[in-house]
Design a protein around this ligand. Structure first.
Ligand code: PNS
Length: 176
């Protein structure tokens, strides 16, 4: 049985990676698909191409995972998949549940698509792409919260902020 793991992935976090690792153990094949979230329109840090590149690098070690993108409805994408394929979504905490439940019901109603929820490990319950973006925008350390590909891309995106913060920290250390 195959699965599709859809999301914005701006960028992929360690929580996403945890869910993907679990999904890749359960399903024959998992396609990580970058899709459009209307609620996040115009608020992306990374372009679609950048997000795809990060995902390819972060998932290269999985023999049964591929990366894709689709600009339409998730149910239309699911209709193109092998029969019996399911949607995988991760749950971090109870707060995710209400939104995810609504989407899962809608996807079943409009496209007969089934959703399987996989709980991320509790250590990732506080990690989100938006928090990671915010910390990185101030030059903070996000290396624990994201795979290496995301951390490098965030560092490149905010190179000037990271350099400035590191210089400040260095100056503080040498003046002690
Ligand atoms: O990582 P996200 O932003 O929580 O992922 C949400 C996503 C992209 C899976 C969702 O917005 C989606 O399915 N977008 C495709 C368009 C669609 O089918 N919308 C109807 C369900 S909300």
């Amino acid at each position: 049985m195959n699965a599709v793991f859809p999301g914005s992935f701006d960028p992929i976090t360690s929580g996403h990676m945890d869910v993907l690792t679990r999904a890749a153990r359960i399903f024959d094949h998992v396609t990580v698909t970058v899709m459009h979230n209307a609620r996040k329109q115009g608020r992306h840090l990374f372009t679609l191409d950048e997000r795809l590149e990060i995902l390819r690098e972060a998932t290269a070690h999985f023999p049964n995972v591929s990366v894709d993108t689709f600009g339409g409805l998730l149910v239309d994408y699911m209709a193109r998949q092998e029969s019996g394929s399911v949607i995988v979504r991760g749950l971090r905490a109870v707060s995710d549940y209400e939104y995810e439940l609504q989407i899962a019901h809608l996807n079943r109603q409009i496209g007969d698509a089934e959703t399987v929820f996989i709980m991320a490990a509790t250590r990732w319950s506080f990690v989100s792409s938006s928090m990671v973006r915010e910390i990185a925008s101030y030059g903070g350390n996000v290396s624990e919260m994201v795979p290496r590909a995301s951390a490098s891309a965030l560092r490149r995106k905010h190179a000037d902020v990271y350099e400035e913060r590191e210089a400040e920290l260095q100056a503080q250390t040498t003046s002690l």
